[in-house]
Every structure is written in C-alpha cells, then in structure tokens.
Design a protein around this ligand. Structure first.
Ligand code: ATP
Ligand code: MG
Ligand code: FE
Length: 349
C-alpha cells in the first residue's frame, strides 16, 4: 500500500510517500519526502506565531505534495491511504493538515489515518539505513517534550519518566534567547558552545539524583539568567563559555537518566528521537557511555530529527502493517492539540 503522510503540527510543513511491505517484520520503504520550514518567517517574532503558521501550511502543503508525487513517479490516485498528524501541536496548524488530508482522501475515495506526532518522532529512526529492533528505551527530546519510554513494539509504549516543567529543547531555546541567539536557539547555542569551556560556569543538574526517571529544566534557565545578569557588560566575551556550560548541564542529565532507564529496564538498546537528538555533544556522550556498556544507540538521520512528513508516513505505515489501524472513511476529521502517547498504547499483556 502507498501511504501519503502530511505533517503540519507546528512550524514545518512536511509531506512524504511511504510503501508498506508484505512481511509484517519488514520496515516500510520511504519513496520521497519534501519539507518547508517556516523558521525564517517566525524568526522576526522570536518564536512561532500560530496564525502565521496555519496560513503558511495552507500555502505549502499542495505544492509539497506535487513535488513528492513527482519525485516518486507516482500519480495521486495511486495513493491508498492519506495520513496526517492529528496531534499534539497547534490546533490551527493541525487543522490544515487534517483538512487537506481529509479533502484529498474524500476526492480519491480513500481512507484517512490520523497519526500521533510523537509516535512519528519515536519511529523516525526506522527511516535510517540501520533501523533498530524492538524492544528499546526511547529518549524523546523535542521542543515540547522530554520523555523516557519503554518501547516493546509499534503501539506498545510505557512511559518511564518525563519532564515536570520545560522540555530539553525548550531549555536550549530559552537559554539561547537569554544569550541573544535568536530562534530557535538550540542549534545556535550548540554551535557557540563549541568555542567555549563547559567547566567555566557551575550550573544546576536538576533531578540528577532524584532516583526516578523524571526531568526538570526550568531551574536551569533561571540559573543561566542569573549568570548572564551577573556578567553584565562582560557577557559578550563569556557567551561561548556560558553556552558550553548550559549545553553540558542539559546533556549530562539526559545521558545519566537514559543510563538509569537502561538499568531499570535491563534493555540493551536506545533510540533517540526529536530535534535535540541532532545535538552533537549528546550523541558523543551517549555513544561513549553506551559503548562502555555494550548498548547500541540508534538515531534518526540528522535532517529527520526535527519535524518532517517522512516520520508521519512511516508511523502510519508501521501501524497499518502491524494491524493496529482501521483507516477511517467518514472524513469527519478532528485534531488533538493535547494528546499523550500513552493514550494510543495498546495494552501490553
Ligand atoms: P514536539 O515534537 O515536542 O511537539 P517540536 O516539534 O517543536 O516539539 P522538534 O521539531 O522535534 O520539536 O525539535 C525542535 C527542537 O529541537 C527545538 O527546541 C530546537 O532548538 C532543538 N534542536 C534542534 N537542533 C538542535 C541541536 N543541534 N542542539 C540542541 N537542540 C536542537
Ligand atoms: Mg519545528
Ligand atoms: Fe516535533
């Protein structure tokens, strides 16, 4: 079956075409994908403006769909299922993808399938050349979420721990903003950190020794603000040191908690997903720590860490192949701006 996937939950419009395979264990095949990022448009405002995001998704989604079909050499009426991101995300932005997907499916007389955005992130490493095998510990680190999960199969997700306040990506973005690095600051902060000394400032590692698998990053942002204010006029010449110290604090907590999740579950495999998974220091430190313990770590390809359509089409295809979905033909679409991944987890016997 050919699955068209549409992502529009935030500030990226993504479209992709994936083909399911006959054998249930085989990973579906990505035929083509296309992406438009609105980052430049929102940069002037220092963050995502929801109304502008929705309007831009409307402008981009059909041209991107055309580009994907052309690249794959597939006609629109060969598409068997139209998948879209149903949530979580910005309501207006989600409605664009859901509405366009439903209209397209109705016109083609094909079913639709609403996909959970975080399941898309979680399964995005299956788009790489060396896909993981179940079960694994997943570290989901995105702009809105920071969670550790036990993943036993498609649709079998058990939450082990999560952030009680800010997400890791948010900690990167908010600290970057305090350092005057623009939006989204994660990549910029990480670049600047490369020129700094990570031991220059003592910053808190919240909940590092809490004994559970939860995270907290709000206090870190406050500590960065305090240091920046203390530096005053001297901030510009110490910015790289402060960036490096901030990144080191976030990464240390993420790595240590992931190791604790491995110990708690006894699993030997880690999957990292979400935008912060693109962070180089996180990859280096997690790889080093896991190599010592004989644990394999899988990442999405760098360009598929942040939002994209490929992960949505892939998640839809894996759910269909696993027999977890009855695609809908009623076209009465709805979206779920707030939606936890546990709600879609099949009960584990
Ligand atoms: P969610 O998926 O939780 O709804 P989102 O879709 O906005 O949130 P993603 O697109 O997965 O999140 O990731 C975006 C986040 O990743 C931003 O916070 C961004 O700063 C961060 N990020 C991207 N690249 C890097 C990097 N190299 N280092 C650190 N953070 C990064
Ligand atoms: Mg984004
Ligand atoms: Fe995302």
């Amino acid at each position: 079956e050919l699955i068209l996937g549409i992502e529009s939950s935030c500030d990226e419009t993504g479209v992709a075409l994936v083909r399911t395979r006959e054998a249930p264990g085989q990973v579906p095949e990505l035929l083509a994908h296309a992406l438009h990022s609105q980052i430049e448009m929102h940069q002037a405002y220092g963050g995502v403006v929801p109304e502008l995001a929705s309007r831009d998704h409307i402008r981009r989604v059909l041209p991107l769909t055309d580009a994907v079909l052309r690249e794959a050499g597939v006609a629109l009426d060969a598409v068997d299922v139209v998948a879209y991101t149903r949530g979580p995300g910005l309501a207006g932005a989600l409605l664009v993808g859901a509405g366009v997907a439903s209209a397209m499916a109705a016109a083609l007389d094909r079913p639709t399938l609403g996909v959970h955005h975080l399941e898309g992130h979680l399964l995005s490493p299956f788009l790489s050349a060396d896909p993981p095998q179940f079960p694994f510990v997943a570290l989901l680190v995105s702009g809105g979420h920071t969670q550790l999960m036990r993943v036993d199969g498609v649709g079998r997700y058990a939450l082990l721990g999560e952030t009680i306040d800010d997400a890791a990506g948010e900690a990167f973005d908010k600290s970057a903003k305090l350092l005057g690095l623009g939006y989204p600051g994660g990549p910029a902060l990480s670049r600047l950190a490369g020129e700094g000394d990570a031991r220059a400032f003592k910053l808190p590692r919240p909940l590092l020794h809490s004994g559970d698998l939860d995270f907290s990053f709000a206090g870190l942002k406050t500590a960065v603000l305090t240091q920046a204010q203390r530096l005053g006029q001297a901030l510009p010449e110490r910015r790289a040191d402060l960036a490096a110290s901030t990144q080191a604090a976030i990464v240390e907590v993420l790595v240590k908690k992931t190791l604790a999740a491995l110990a708690a579950t006894g699993l030997q495999r880690v999957v990292v997903a979400g935008g912060v998974g693109a962070n180089r220091l996180l990859r280096e430190q997690l790889d080093a720590a896991c190599a010592q313990r004989g644990v394999r770590v899988h990442y999405p390809e760098l360009h598929l860490c942040t939002d994209n359509g490929a992960m949505i089409a892939m998640a839809a295809a894996m759910r269909l192949q696993g027999g977890l979905e009855q695609p809908r033909r009623d076209y009465a679409f709805d979206v779920k701006p707030r939606w936890s991944l546990e709600e879609i987890s099949a009960s584990i016997p």
